[in-house]
Design a protein around this ligand. Structure first.
Ligand SMILES: Nc1nc2c(ncn2[C@@H]2O[C@H](COP(=O)(O)OP(=O)(O)O)[C@@H](O)[C@H]2O)c(=O)[nH]1
Ligand SMILES: [Mg+2]
Ligand SMILES: [Zn+2]
Length: 294
């Protein structure tokens, strides 16, 4: 039979078949020999247990379209980045998530949530101005007023998506409103008080033709991948038109003289805030790269 892994805990995996029936499975020993382990999101071939309360076996893991190690998920196609007017948007985090998405070959999408709050228009106008060059798709929605939800559900059809963003921006509320889920929501202070007891596991939900992976990983930002800082610019779609046009090669578009990207910012062709935050991420990236053998 064919299915999708929706959760895995203590060597037991739960898979869904096309009819949304759940099966509890173990991985065959050959996967360990191959250095493979099944991930949430994996498409698999499996043999169900013979009696109803007996587990079955995962026979094959079908080829992955994408794979993230932290959090460990397979086949995600879309990274939905959520911001809202309150708590105020952390645009550096948005840029960082866009870099993460580009490096993992995920398509990023920005959701301006809590669209009912004052300041939503300003947030949307800023996002549209800053991310036009990056061709970032932008949606607006309110879980509370139930607005913008059907446009989003339509867009998410056929995708396997992850929601990410600061704590308190309304990710869980949005998932509940979009898909009739019952994820825990709450105010920020209460969450901080609960602290460490809230370790959650990665789980995939399949509802109304959309797969959603709810994982603490993306929101906790355990995504400091160490890579050569010269590659950072490749995750900025608006820089690509100027590739090779700088005086130095390779150019980091840092503060080098004769930089075509810097010139494009001065000419108003690239938003200055994007470059400013790129420089912050470039410094972070260089620091991680220098310390990589420590
Ligand atoms: N005004 C307004 N508040 C919202 C909306 N969605 C969520 N909230 C509130 O924002 C807080 C955080 O929501 P939650 O979904 O837990 O955020 P998460 O940490 O990103 O999952 C909660 O107190 C919600 O009641 C919305 O659409 N409008
Ligand atoms: Mg949440
Ligand atoms: Zn340059």
């Amino acid at each position: 039979m064919e299915g999708t892994i929706i959760r895995g805990r203590g060597g037991l995996y739960t898979a869904l078949d096309e009819q949304n029936c759940e099966y509890v499975l173990r991985a065959k020993k050959k996967f360990r020999r191959q250095g493979m382990s099944p991930l949430v999101g994996d498409r698999i071939l499996f043999t169900p247990g013979e009696i109803s309360d007996e587990h079955g076996w995962i026979d094959e893991i079908l080829p992955r379209k994408s794979q993230c190690m932290r959090p460990a998920v397979a086949n995600v196609t879309l990274l939905c980045i959520v911001v809202c007017p309150q708590p105020a948007p952390d645009w550096l985090l948005v840029d960082k998530l866009m870099v993460f998405a580009a490096r993992q070959h995920l398509k990023p999408l920005l959701i301006i949530g809590k669209d009912d709050l004052p300041g939503a228009d300003e947030t949307a106008a800023y996002a549209e101005g800053v991310y036009r060059g990056a061709k970032l798709e932008i949606f607006r929605a309110s879980a509370m007023r139930q607005t913008g939800l059907s446009e989003l559900t339509d867009r998410l059809q056929g995708e396997i998506c992850c929601f990410s963003g600061q704590s308190g921006v309304g990710k869980s509320s949005l998932l509940n409103a979009l898909f009739g889920l019952t994820l825990e929501t709450g105010d920020i202070s209460r969450k901080i008080q609960r602290g460490r007891n809230t370790t959650r596991h990665t789980e995939l939900f399949r509802v109304q033709g959309v797969c959603v992976i709810d994982t603490p990983g993306f929101s906790l930002l355990e995504m400091d991948e160490v890579f050569d800082p010269v590659e950072l610019k490749d995750s900025y779609p608006e820089f690509s038109a100027y590739e090779g046009a700088c005086k130095f090669s390779p150019c980091y578009h840092g503060r080098e003289p004769g930089c075509a990207v810097l010139q494009a910012v001065q000419d108003g062709k690239i938003h200055a805030d994007r470059l400013e935050r790129y420089h912050i991420l470039l410094d972070d990236c260089r620091k991680l790269w220098r310390e990589r053998y420590d």
